[in-house]
Design a protein around this ligand. Structure first.
Ligand code: C5P
Length: 272
C-alpha cells in the first residue's frame, strides 16, 4: 500500500492537554503565543500541511473553551482553503477535526483521543502539540514506514551529548555534590526520540489497554507511546527526525522556536 492511499485510513492524535508548568506562562502550553498564533494552531497547521491524515483528533485540557474555539477556527480555515483551491488540482485532502477532553497524564489524553477516532481508521500518528514546528518531511517519513509495513515507527535524532546514568536513590556525599555517576551509556547506541510516532491502530489500542491498569507512578513514567508498544514485544522502527521538531518545554525553547519562525528558514515545514 502506498502512502497516498493510507491517508484515507490514517488519523493523527495531537496531544495538547498539558499544563505547561515548566514554560511558566501561567496557562496551558498549547495556548502560549508563538509568532502571532498559539502553539496549538502552529501544531495543527503542521499536521494538516503534511496531508497524511483523514482525521486530526486533538486532546485539550478538559473543558477549555478557548482551545476548543481555536480548533474550530482552524477547521474553518482548512475548509476555506479547501474551497479556494477546489477544482485547481492543488487541493489536499481535508481532514476532519475532532476535539476531546484530555486526561491527567499524557497516556490518558492519548486514550481519550483513541476512543474518538472515526470508524475505519487503520493507522495513527501520535504527535505532541509541544513539537509545534515539526516539519512535513518527518510526518512523511513516519507515514512511509507505516505504509511499507512497520507496525510502530518513531522519529529519532542522534545524541550529541555524552549521557551518564545516576541513581538518585543511592545519594551522593552531600558535602561534595548532589549526585554520583553510576555509568556512561554508549552514545552511538542512543537516540533522542521525537513525535509524531506512527502505529498500526489496533496495536496501539492493545498497548494502551494494557497500560490503563497502571498505578499513578507507573503511568507518569509513560513518556511516549512507543515504550508501551515495546512492552508488547513489537519491533519499533526509527526514521530520521528533525532539529526543528524541538519540544517547546522551557522559556529557552520558546525563544528558539520564535527564532526558527523568524529566521531565514521561515516556515516550519522546511527540512533541517
Ligand atoms: O508533559 P510533556 O512535555 O511530556 O507533554 C508532552 C505532550 O503531551 C504535550 O503536547 C502536552 O500537551 C501533552 N499532554 C497531554 N495531557 C497531559 C499531559 C501532557 O495531552 N495530561
Amino acid at each position: 500500500m502506498n502512502t497516498a492511499s493510507r491517508a484515507d485510513v490514517t488519523a493523527v492524535i495531537l496531544v495538547a492537554a498539558g499544563s505547561g508548568q515548566r514554560l511558566g506562562y501561567g496557562m496551558p502550553k498549547a495556548k502560549v503565543p508563538l509568532g502571532g498564533d498559539s502553539i496549538l494552531t502552529h501544531a495543527l497547521r503542521g499536521v494538516a500541511a503534511a496531508g497524511i491524515a483523514r482525521q486530526i483528533c486533538v486532546a485539550i485540557p478538559p473543558g477549555d473553551p478557548e482551545l476548543r474555539a481555536q480548533c474550530e477556527a482552524f477547521e474553518a480555515e482548512l475548509q476555506a482553503e479547501h474551497r479556494r483551491t477546489a477544482g485547481s488540482g492543488e487541493g489536499v485532502q481535508l481532514p476532519a477535526v475532532t476535539v476531546v477532553d484530555g486526561g491527567s497524564s499524557r497516556a490518558e489524553s492519548v486514550r481519550a483521543a483513541l476512543s474518538a477516532l472515526l470508524p475505519g481508521m487503520q493507522a495513527v500518528l501520535v504527535h505532541d502539540a509541544a513539537r509545534a514546528l515539526a516539519p512535513e518531511a518527518v510526518f512523511h517519513r513516519v507515514a512511509a514506514a507505516l505504509a511499507a509495513g512497520a507496525v510502530a515507527v518513531i522519529p529519532v535524532m542522534p545524541v550529541v551529548d555524552t549521557i551518564k546514568t545516576v541513581d538518585p536513590s543511592l545519594g551522593a556525599d552531600a558535602d561534595i555534590a548532589p549526585e554520583v555517576v553510576t555509568g556512561t551509556a554508549p552514545r552511538e547506541m542512543l537516540r533522542a526520540v521525537q513525535t509524531p510516532q506512527g502505529f498500526d491502530l489496533a496495536t496501539l489500542r492493545r498497548a494502551h489497554e494494557a497500560a490503563a491498569e497502571y498505578d499513578n507512578a507507573r503511568e507518569a513514567a509513560v513518556t511516549d507511546d512507543a515504550m508501551l508498544v515495546e512492552q508488547l514485544g513489537v519491533p519499533v522502527y526509527a526514521v530520521r527526525g528533525a532539529s526543528q521538531s524541538l519540544k517547546i518545554t522551557t522559556p529557552l525553547d520558546l525563544i528558539l522556536a520564535e527564532g526558527l519562525l523568524e529566521g531565514p528558514l521561515g516556515a516550519r515545514w522546511v527540512e533541517g
